[in-house]
Write a protein that binds this ligand. Structure first.
Ligand code: DGL
Length: 269
């Protein structure tokens, strides 16, 4: 069983890719919507949420955990691997490498949250891969909230994106990286604003392939006795997540049950 978590619905962009790559594995998806957004929080705080969420998923039978959140990966991947040394974790890192490799103009944009830009992971990716490339960053204030509300193309969402993308486009950016798992859901709007000459990089398919490799390396097979179904949990209102699932994943999720959880003294119950 694969456990996947995010602060909210963003990780569904990763879940979608994992389902396409690994349909034979059951999945647990947890949205910590009591605490969304993670991006503006202190890294220590995000780290303690991530540890409790990982513990919950492991208690429910997850054998591998995908941290489907750039902010949580930046804040806690090292910590999670130290606290749960027997568990394989797959995390997100901003896809600066493929962007730097494919840009022709030499100008790349990264859209992510403050936690991601502050983390050591981003600094290390920049140091390793951004040579000779101008990387422009934007924290897109409020954009995670817009996606959480299911506003994928309204005027407010458009205004946030235009503000972020215009200066990048003016400098000749030809590649933009989705450094937050919420943002792949607004790629159609990004394409509309940026035009056909800009390549948009969604790391989710690469993360799904990495998940397949890590499962194989650890010999984690799908349990033949268990159907490959999905279970959804949220620490926010379950009806809100249930209403968004068909928007994000398709109409077949219209009646997908969602279980609500509560935080009790830094534990999910
Ligand atoms: N989806 C998240 C990410 O990839 C977190 C967004 C947030 O909660 O701020 O960074």
């Amino acid at each position: 069983m694969i456990g996947i978590f995010d602060s909210g619905v963003g990780g569904l962009s990763v879940l979608r890719a994992i389902r396409a790559e690994l349909p034979q594995y059951p999945v647990l998806y947890l949205a910590d919507q009591a605490h969304v957004p993670y991006g503006p929080r202190l890294l220590e705080e995000v780290r303690s949420f991530s540890e409790a969420v990982a513990r919950f998923l492991l208690d429910r039978g997850a054998k591998l955990i995908v941290v489907a959140c750039n902010a949580a990966s930046a804040a806690s991947l090292h910590h999670l691997r130290a606290v749960f040394p027997q568990v394989p974790f797959v995390g997100m890192e901003p896809a600066v490498k493929p962007a730097a490799e494919s840009t022709h103009s030499g100008v790349v944009g990264v859209l992510a949250t403050p936690a991601t830009f502050q983390g050591a992971l981003y600094a290390s990716v920049m140091e390793r891969f951004a040579h000779g490339v101008e990387v422009m960053q934007d924290i897109c204030p409020g954009l995670v909230g817009q996606v959480e509300r299911g506003d994928l193309d309204g005027p407010e969402t458009r205004a946030i994106l235009e503000k972020a993308l215009r200066p990048m486009l003016a400098r000749g950016m030809d590649t933009v990286v989705m450094g937050c798992t919420h943002y792949p859901f607004i790629i159609p709007l990004i394409r509309e604003i940026a035009g056909p000459g800009v390549r948009v990089i969604d790391p989710a398919p690469a993360v799904a392939r990495q998940t397949a490799r890590v499962l194989a390396a650890h010999g984690i097979e799908p349990d033949a006795a268990q159907p490959p179904d999905m279970r959804f949990f949220t620490s926010g209102p379950p009806e809100d997540l249930a209403a968004l699932l068909p928007r994000m994943l398709g109409p077949e999720y219209a009646r997908q049950p969602v279980q609500g959880l509560s935080w009790v003294e830094m534990r999910l119950e």
